[in-house]
Design a protein around this ligand. Structure first.
Ligand SMILES: Cc1cc2nc3c(=O)[nH]c(=O)nc-3n(C[C@H](O)[C@H](O)[C@H](O)COP(=O)(O)OP(=O)(O)OC[C@H]3O[C@@H](n4cnc5c(N)ncnc54)[C@H](O)[C@@H]3O)c2cc1C
Length: 450
């Protein structure tokens, strides 16, 4: 197996590293910061547990499950979300309403008007568009499902997943599975039925799709891989030079202990796209990276709040509530992590995670903690009936949070393919290439050609 250098110890880099190590291969992981996990980071303060990045993982394949179980000491730390996780709320007219989970609730829900519900019935009869016509997520949903479903389902969902703007995001690249449903099955409803049948058969009877986290939060996952990697992983690294050699790649780096230089057969770079240009590649490659079309990463603030349960009138009996853009609120949504997982807040209290900013309101994300509280608390008061002061506050500001797969993203991906074609042994990967969810990042690393 080739000797591999992996730059970046987020979940993309760590997954690949553990895969190589557990198959007896040789790799070195170089991480700039003093901790692993990248976006996946938990903050424990007394009995409160705040997630700064992802709150959970959708465990959606037997392959990912087997990978998690292969990491020493991790299996017994995995916790499954409470059944309430299936219940999600969307705000309409200032109130969170449960997203329908069956045909009866879909008919009775106040989330969509009568006309909006009828419009959905037309979906199976709408023809697929030409596969080469690139369409925004918003256009696609309006075309197939109508404006109501767009405004009060997909718009808030995209705000929740990408902190993104569905008018600008490319369906084909941002939501490839939805794009494929139309292209391969002629529509969403037909495609969903076909997928349900085939995925049951493919996964076998033993696998169960579920939402998971870890007893001490998401950060436990990268930490467990880091422990298993042992001295293959180096933190606090400053990369000094990356050069192509006859046999592969020569990488030089500094750590607080001194400088090192090593040659590798392969180089896998997993840093976010906006950090790529900062790496010390030699001139030709640096120029190619400079010419890569820009990928936007909007800012997001994540505010974790402890609250007394008696101070909140909403039962918080679900995953959380997402806010459609047309509701003109100052938050993207609020999650109820302590309703899903134990040990997130002290007895009698709940933990809330509020997302602010994104493509919708980038200016709000850059506020300091006091300003943010002044914005967020009135919203929570009005949306979930929160009174009183929070018992705990943790604020994480992401200046560049999540890669946006905007219209024209095909050009970005093509340019990356071209760079790799001119530099054998080089792979540029991470959530801007493989899809932004944690499961996509893991899946990509598991399918990476070793
Ligand atoms: C606020 C937020 C909430 C999210 N919520 C969810 C969720 O609920 N569910 C979900 O599935 N996904 C969620 N995501 C997305 C998901 O967490 C990320 O897409 C995923 O963790 C990215 O992993 P990565 O390894 O590709 O990149 P990163 O996590 O960004 O890791 C890249 C690593 O490279 C390192 N690095 C950078 N520059 C250098 C350098 N010069 N030298 C060495 N190392 C360097 C960084 O320090 C970092 O450790 C969320 C993301 C954010 C920001």
């Amino acid at each position: 197996m080739p000797k591999t250098c992996i730059i970046g110890a987020g979940i993309s880099g760590l997954t690949l590293a553990w895969r190589i190590k557990s198959q007896g291969g040789e790799c070195r992981v170089l991480e700039k910061s003093s901790y692993v996990g990248g976006a996946m980071r938990s903050h424990r303060q007394g009995e409160y547990l705040a997630e700064e990045g992802p709150n959970s993982i959708l465990l959606n394949s037997a392959e990912i499950e087997a990978f998690l179980y292969s990491i020493p000491k991790l299996k017994e730390r995995i916790i499954e979300a409470a059944p309430e996780a299936k219940k999600r709320f969307i705000v309409r007219n200032g109130k969170p309403h449960p997203v329908p989970m069956g045909p009866i609730s879909a008919i009775t829900t106040p989330l969509w008007s009568f006309g909006g519900k009828l419009r959905v019935l037309k979906e199976p009869f709408i023809k697929a568009i030409d596969p080469d016509t690139e369409e925004s997520v918003a256009n696609f949903v309006r075309r197939r499902l109508g404006d109501q479903l767009y405004r009060y389902a997909i718009n808030p969902l995209v705000g929740g997943i990408y902190a993104g703007d569905p008018e600008k995001l490319s369906l084909r690249y941002g939501f490839p599975k939805l794009y494929a449903l139309e292209q391969e099955h002629g529509g969403l409803i037909r495609g969903a039925i076909a997928k349900m049948r085939s995925s049951r058969a493919a996964q076998g009877p033993k696998f169960r799709k579920r939402i998971i986290s870890f007893k001490d939060g998401m950060g436990e996952f990268p930490d467990a891989i880091a422990n298993a990697l042992d001295d293959s992983l180096q933190l606090n690294v400053s990369i000094e030079s990356i050069r192509k050699s006859d046999s592969g790649w020569q990488v030089e780096w500094q750590t607080p202990k001194g400088s090192q230089s090593e040659s590798f057969d392969k180089l896998v770079v997993t840093v976010p796209a906006h950090r790529l240009r900062k790496l010390p590649f030699e001139e030709t490659l640096a120029k190619q990276l400079d010419a890569l079309p820009k990928i936007d990463y909007p800012p997001v603030s994540v505010l974790s709040l402890g609250v007394k349960k008696e101070d909140v009138s909403h039962p918080m009996d679900g995953f959380g509530a997402l806010v459609p853009e047309c509701e003109q609120r100052n938050i993207l949504g609020v999650l109820f992590p302590s309703s899903l997982f134990n040990d997130r807040a002290p007895e009698g209290e709940a933990l809330l995670t509020v997302f602010v900013g994104g493509e919708r309101q980038p200016e709000l994300a850059t506020a300091n903690t006091d300003q943010l509280l002044a914005t967020v608390l009135p919203e929570l008061q009005s949306l979930i009936g929160m009174a009183g002061k929070p018992t705990f506050v943790h604020h994480k500001h992401w200046d560049q949070a999540i890669a946006q797969y905007k219209l024209g993203y095909g050009k970005v991906l093509e340019a990356i393919d071209q760079i790799e074609a001119t530099a054998p042994g080089l792979c540029l990967t991470g959530n801007y290439r493989t899809g932004i969810s944690v499961s996509y990042c893991i899946e990509a690393a598991l399918n990476h050609d070793l």
